[in-house]
Each structure stands twice: as C-alpha cells, then as structure tokens.
Design a protein around this ligand. Structure first.
Ligand code: NAP
Length: 295
C-alpha cells in the first residue's frame, strides 16, 4: 500500500495512526510538538520534520488537528501542506472545523492541483483505537473512493455527504445535539438528587426504555460521582457548540436550547473544567442552579 501521511498526534490522531500502523499501513507522521512522534516509532512509523515533508513523501495525507486555526495553520504556514501539495496528491482533513475553514483549505489545495476531502469523525479515542469511528466525508468523490480502505480501518461506517462543507456541518449538528442533550440530562440528574431520588435507579430505568443510550449511562455515572475522565474534553465540545451556533446564526435558525446549553459549557470552562470530559458540564449546571436560587 502507498505510504500514508498523518499530521497531528493528539488523543485522536495518535490512536488513528496507530490503528493504521497495526493494520499494516506504512505511515509517516508529523506533529507540532515533535517529541509526540517518538511513541509512534515503536509501531513502525516514519517521522518527518515538517508537514510539507510528509506531503512531499506521501500520495495521501490525513490531518487530525484541534480546531479551525490549527487546521489552517498546518496548511498555510511555513513548512505547511501547501508547499508540497500538487496534482496526484490527496489531502484529507479529519479535524472538526466549520464549513468555511474547510472550504478555504479545499480551495487552496485545489488551486495547487491536489484533491481534498473533509472527513470529521464521530467517536472517541477508544473508538479510534478500536477502528470504530463514524466518518462523515465530503469533497472529491474519487479521493473518497481511493481512501475508502483507510476509512474501513479507522471506522465502522463512512458516509459520503457530497460537496465540501457538508461533512463539517453534519459533524457540528451531531455535536450540537449531543451537547444540548447532555446539558438537559445533567439538569435531570440534579433534579433527581434534589428530589431525594436515587439517580442511579433513574439511569437504570432509562436504560431499559426507548431512551436507552450508552453515552448517557456512562456520563450520568460521572455526574453522580462528580468524577470526570478526559475522554472528550469539554473545551472541544465548547468549540463545537460555538461553531454550530455560528452556523445557526448564518442560516437564521434560532437554537434557543443549544444556546442555553452553550452557556453551561462556557461556565464549566470558566470554572476550570475545560480539560475534563464534557460531562463536567454538570458542575456548571449545579453552580448556575445555586446562583439563580440565591439571586
Ligand atoms: P488534541 O488531543 O487536543 O490534539 C490536537 C492536535 O492538534 C495535536 O496534535 C496538536 O499538536 C495539534 N495542534 C493544535 N494547534 C496546532 C497548531 N496551531 N499547529 C499545528 N498543530 C496544532 O485533540 P484530539 O482529541 O486529538 O481532537 C482532534 C480533533 O478531533 C478535534 O477537532 C476534535 O474536536 C475532534 N474529535 C475529538 C474527539 C475526542 O474524543 N477527543 C472525538 C471526535 C472528534 P501539539 O501536540 O503540538 O499540541
């Protein structure tokens, strides 16, 4: 198989590149903080000094970066993707960004003769390790087809959603729903506690009905125990809430529920929970509830 480039070895990128390596794919990696590449050497990865060097070496390069500014920087800055992308090469950005960012990258890659696909993912680090992500691809169909074997390694299901921007918007919509439901769920856990009900029994009852949901069950337990992992950092959920509200604004859609949920995520971040799992929104829901009832 062709050598594949991988840019960005954070929680997700590291797990995804290791999954590719474990399936026999030859991978050349780059990360802004170079020391994070070392661990990948044990899995047989090659390491490059710049993103441009990865693109020069590889026909296909995947990126998994934190946010729009990181995604733009890796393409446009010195030593970036644009310096080496050319006809015959494909660039696949799997980061969660807004459609505008994705379109800027697509135009720049295309203007150099390369082909572009956005392919944000639903899932978690654990699902990335297990090759069980859901991949929301959009852009050049031919590149989608060429990269399908890689998506089959990293994910359990890949959707092709049409033109660039559709993948980004779909991902933001999914995360807006997830954040809004989680914030409402947190209020339910708090109300159960204040009503002297056993929240765990409520979780178990929910789990047996039509609202059964593995995400809510595990996040509910974290909320009850006020013990939060680092599974999906609240800061990333907040980024996705902000970007989805900006999309709603652009499309003149009122998202009152999501806007209130966003306030809770903003509050949790200001309370220092940004690096914890997004279920830590519960700490803000508790705090906001106390403040509103004192005022
Ligand atoms: P992360 O652990 O914070 O890693 C972020 C990566 O982006 C790191 O490699 C970081 O490099 C790089 N980066 C940040 N700013 C940069 C810049 N200005 N220039 C170059 N590189 C930069 O994030 P993650 O959890 O892997 O998430 C990656 C993407 O997947 C995000 O868009 C997130 O929303 C999405 N996502 C995450 C999850 C999840 O469960 N975590 C699930 C689905 C989707 P350094 O190492 O040098 O900081």
């Amino acid at each position: 198989m062709e050598e594949i480039g991988f840019l960005g070895l954070g929680n997700m990128g590291k797990a995804m590149s290791i999954t590719l390596l474990c399936h026999g794919v030859n991978v050349t990696v780059w990360n802004r903080t170079h020391s994070k590449c070392d661990e990948l050497l044990d899995y047989g990865a090659s390491v490059a000094k710049t993103a441009a060097a990865v693109v020069k070496k590889c026909k296909y390069t995947i990126a998994m970066l934190s946010d729009p500014s990181a995604a733009l920087s890796v393409v446009f800055d010195k030593g970036g993707v644009l310096e080496q992308i050319c006809k015959g090469k494909g660039y696949i950005d799997m980061s969660t960004v807004d459609a505008d960012t994705s379109s800027k990258i697509s135009e720049a890659i295309t203007s150099k003769g390369g082909s572009f696909l956005e392919a944000p993912v639903s899932g978690s680090r654990k699902l990335a390790e297990d090759g069980e992500l859901v991949i929301l691809a959009a852009g050049v169909k031919a590149l989608y087809e060429e990269a399908h074997s890689l998506f089959d390694i990293m994910g359990k299901k890949t959707f092709f959603l049409g033109h660039v921007g559709n993948g980004a918007k779909t991902k933001l919509l999914v995360n807006m729903l997830m954040g809004s439901v989680l914030a409402a769920f947190s209020e339910g856990v708090l109300l159960a506690e204040k009503s002297e009900l056993d929240p765990e029994s409520i979780l178990n009852a929910l789990d047996q009905g039509r609202f059964a949901n593995p995400l809510l069950l595990t996040k509910g337990i974290s909320m009850i125990e006020s013990s939060y992992s680092h599974a999906f950092p609240l800061e990333q959920q907040l980024k996705d809430m902000r970007l989805s509200l900006a999309l709603a604004n652009e499309k003149a859609v009122s998202m009152d529920v999501a806007a209130v949920a966003n306030e809770a995520f903003e509050k949790a971040s200001s309370m220092g929970f940004g690096g914890f799992d997004f279920s830590a929104v519960h700490e803000a829901v508790k705090d906001l509830s106390i403040r509103r009832h004192i005022d």
